[in-house]
Design a protein around this ligand. Structure first.
Ligand SMILES: [Zn+2]
Length: 282
């Protein structure tokens, strides 16, 4: 995987169609453990490849299984950079949205849900939300995974202008000198979806490019203001909160988000991605 948009080494991946030798079970009791065990055996017999030799195993299942969810995966079983961990991760896919596959894979690599307005899945700008439209991972997720490093982030220290590159751009090849995110530490900010207070505000700029090319129009060419709550571990991100989406001149909304810090973030009109940080009298 690389430091900007996620890519996957297809030479180390394999897609197998497994003949289970019987009809799919019906009855709605979601027999994924028994059927998964059998599928692994059959796959090995029929292809010579043992699914348990692979770090990530993804199973596309029939609706007749009666599973009550769209997808199911274990979380943080193989974070990016941990190297091969045979058999560590599973993901069960019970929907035909490509975004469900990306979402469950996100869980495998340690990501939790993208929340908004107190709803755990409410962030439609996050692949870890519930929307079925295609989009990339959010800035907090990219930092958590190490795809973006601290060098790509300007942590607020004093008022001034900060220029952001589009989130899809790779900092190591973008020579603009811009940042991928502007960050604030905010002990008072509330992550409603996680039920937590305090964390890091991460401001990023989203354009319809790369995996964000089909990003919902309400997020395009605007900055997203996320809160990454404190208290997450090295293998588990915790639920993020989308606090605001700001277009040019949206100073009023920004004021509300950053009021606990006594700061405002406004977008200059000349350049959509240029942020003006100013102190605010309260
Ligand atoms: Zn999920």
């Amino acid at each position: 995987m690389c430091s900007s948009d996620l890519s996957f080494d297809e030479s180390n991946s394999v897609v197998l169609s497994v003949n289970m030798g019987k009809k799919a079970p019906k009855g709605g009791d979601c027999p994924i453990d028994a059927e998964g065990f059998l599928a692994n055996q059959k796959a090995k017999q029929q292809s010579g490849k043992d699914p348990m030799d692979y770090t990530h195993r993804e199973y596309i299942i029939p609706w007749s299984f009666g599973c009550a969810w769209g997808g199911l995966a274990n979380v943080g079983c193989a974070n990016d950079g941990d190297g091969p961990q045979p058999g560590a991760c599973f993901a069960w896919i019970n929907e035909d949205y490509p975004t469900t596959r990306a979402h469950e894979f996100g869980h495998n690599i340690g990501l939790d849900h993208g929340g908004r307005w107190g709803q755990e899945y409410g962030d439609d700008s996050s692949i870890m939300g519930a929307s079925a439209s295609w989009r990339g991972f959010t800035a907090p997720s990219r930092f958590f995974m190490g795809w973006l490093t601290d060098a790509a982030k300007k942590t607020y220290s004093s008022a001034g202008l900060v220029s952001l590159r589009s989130l899809h751009l790779n900092p190591s090849t973008d020579t603009s000198g811009d940042y991928s995110a502007l960050a604030f530490n905010c002990a008072q900010c509330e992550a409603e979806s996680a039920g937590l207070t305090g964390g890091e505000i991460i401001v990023s700029f989203r354009t319809p490019n790369g995996y964000d090319r089909d990003l919902d129009g309400s997020f395009q060419n605007k900055v997203s203001v996320h809160l990454q709550p404190e208290g997450y571990g090295s293998w588990w991100q915790g639920i993020t909160e989308l606090l605001a989406v700001l277009g040019a001149g949206a100073r009023h909304d920004a004021l509300q988000v950053l009021a606990p810090l006594g700061l405002a973030v406004g977008l200059a009109y000349r350049n959509l991605a240029q942020l003006e940080v100013a102190h605010v009298d309260r």
